[in-house]
Design a protein around this ligand. Structure first.
Ligand code: ADP
Length: 542
């Protein structure tokens, strides 16, 4: 632990909060620049919405959402239109403050007019979302799933998913929302941090009972009821890959700004926490992504009134230790050089700051250390899960180049899903290519916004201006879109056009040029048109 940093370079830096915890010029850091910003409720909703505009059916795993305050009128209008066209539709909505966590400030409403617009909605923007009224219940309780995902690299994209996760349970039996029960958080919100305060909370001392269980124990239950858990896993893997594909364009803009190409800098990886809700029909829905998922493997227990002690939590330990262990195995810088030497002997690991402490606490009771398979239930069901994943999705290359586990270590709990299944998702990566155009014209290194000159150069080099679309019209398009995005309460540190604004302008240009096609084909055609012109230009220059 080096709370104040250290000068000598390290292989791996484990930051507690963000990429910027320390100035790093080499090695690998466990955070990507911009990830915290990207997974905030509003930014995530926007990024997914862009993908929903292009591929509505592929991105129907995220509830319909509106951004407050700016989309409040749109929210009111759309709900009215939907109610008019289907009078039997009796929706419920969930309002979530942006940047909130642990259920903080969340409430349910039946009608847009119930939104608490009084007070500080302007200063505390939020996302309002369609509430999923029919979740899958186990023991009559609503629960959600926390899955751990390793984003090992952005370019090329490499994604791993942990074979097991956590299921976090509500503590009051679920009823569909009515005006009477809307306020009952223990019935509607699955947050551990809320339910722990319920008198009904049960600390789990094994993987398949209590208020926090392993996901594999749930899968086992579902499988014994005849549910198609293979399809469920395959849907979850798709959801994770598609969500990351929605996030990568903006992450790349942040990345090039913090770690400019050609300059010394670290590479990054990050463990993300995906919160997923299963609907009654077993369709997984994305609730949110956490850039800083809790890695605690202990929980507080009240020994006597007012006296608390941290005690080990076997369920957390079973899932989380494997995630961290395998992350370190996968990013081990010595891995390629010395395949068969035990990793922990020779990797320098630097941790900032104390948040990681509980995981590495040296004073665990002797013999308590996690061993895969030590918990009988986990061992059995993990096999089931991995089998399901392997069978459902077409076989690809083994993530470790086919080699077996390192001696003395259990097999990896992290399964590679990308590039393994890249082919099935490559058509979705359009905005990535738009971001590549954006980055090319950013000009000044270290910036994330495009100036008017950069935008004009983009139009000129890609030959997008003509008699129907003059350079004056280009300037007006730039000013209109940039001004609107900059007035939406986004960060104002830099002036200019952000990626999202550029994407909107690009979609506009695509619609203008290729009128009759569906949006994703218009955009794909314009990308090809631009890439061809730029390739020709590069050739000429050479
Ligand atoms: P936070 O970051 O504050 O935990 P979440 O988006 O995870 O915010 O929401 C908190 C909880 O509310 C979730 O764990 C889930 O139980 C419930 N929830 C959130 N969104 C929905 C939704 N659209 N439909 C049903 N339940 C939801």
């Amino acid at each position: 632990q080096f709370p104040f940093g250290r000068r000598l370079p390290c292989d791996i830096y484990w930051h507690g909060v963000s990429f910027h915890d320390n100035d790093i010029f080499s090695g690998q850091v466990n955070k990507f620049p911009g990830m915290t910003e990207m997974v905030r409720k509003i930014t995530l909703s926007r990024a997914v919405r862009t993908m929903q505009d292009l591929f509505p059916l592929e991105y129907n795993f995220y509830p319909r959402s509106w951004i407050l305050p700016e989309e409040f009128p749109l929210f009111v209008d759309e709900v009215r239109v939907m109610k008019d066209s289907d009078p039997s539709w009796k929706p419920t909505f969930i309002v979530k403050p942006d940047g909130g966590c642990q259920g903080d400030g969340i409430y349910l409403i039946k009608d847009p007019s119930d939104i608490r617009l009084t007070g500080n909605i302007q200063s505390r923007p939020a996302v309002v979302q369609e509430y999923i009224c029919k979740p899958l219940l186990v023991d009559k309780l609503k629960f959600d799933i926390r899955l751990y995902v390793l984003l090992k690299s952005l370019e090329p994209l490499e994604i791993y998913i942990a074979k097991d996760g956590l299921s976090r349970f509500c503590t009051e039996p679920y009823q569909e929302p009515t005006l009477k029960n809307l306020h009952q958080v223990f019935m509607h919100l699955t947050n551990y941090s809320l339910n722990i305060h319920s008198g009904n909370f049960i600390h789990s001392d094994n993987a398949n009972t209590g208020s926090k269980r392993t996901f594999s124990s749930i899968l086992c239950r579902l499988s014994s009821r005849g549910a198609d858990v293979k399809k469920l896993w395959s849907d979850i893997i798709s959801l994770v890959i598609k969500t990351i594909i929605a996030l990568t364009p903006e992450l790349k803009v942040y990345y090039q700004s913090d770690i400019p190409a050609g300059k010394p800098g670290p590479t990054c990886f990050q463990i993300l926490g995906f919160d997923i809700l299963l609907m009654k029909n077993l369709k997984p829905m994305l609730l949110e992504v956490n850039a800083n998922p809790s890695m605690r493997i202990e929980h507080e227990q009240e020994l006597s009134p007012g006296v608390f002690e941290n005690v080990p939590s076997p369920v957390d330990e079973e899932v989380k230790v494997a995630v961290i262990r395998d992350t370190l195995r996968l990013v081990d810088p010595q891995k390629k050089k010395r395949k068969d030497i035990h990793l922990s002997c020779h990797t320098n690991l630097l941790i900032f700051p104390a948040q990681f402490q509980s995981l590495c606490a040296p004073d665990q009771p002797a013999g308590y250390c996690h061993q895969e398979g030590a918990l009988p239930f986990g061992c059995q069901t993990l096999d089931l899960v991995s089998e399901a994943k392997e069978e459902v999705l077409e076989a690809g290359q083994e993530q470790d180049g086919g080699r077996g586990p390192e001696p003395g270590l259990p097999s990896l709990c992290l399964k590679q899903v990308f590039p393994k299944y890249a082919k099935q998702f490559s058509h979705l990566r359009l905005v990535d290519r738009v971001a590549a155009l954006f980055i090319r014209f950013l000009g000044v290194k270290g910036t994330t916004k495009l100036g008017p000159t950069g935008f004009r150069t983009f139009i000129r080099n890609c030959k997008l201006s003509n008699s129907n679309f003059s350079m004056a019209a280009v300037d007006i398009l730039y000013i209109d879109i940039t001004r609107r995005w900059n007035s939406m309460g986004m960060e104002h540190r830099e002036s200019g056009m952000c990626l999202q604004a550029f994407v909107e302008a690009f979609f506009c240009l695509a619609q203008k040029k290729y009128k009759s096609l569906p949006l994703h084909e218009q955009v794909a055609s314009l990308i090809e048109f631009c890439e061809d012109h730029l390739a020709a230009l590069d050739e000429k220059r050479v």
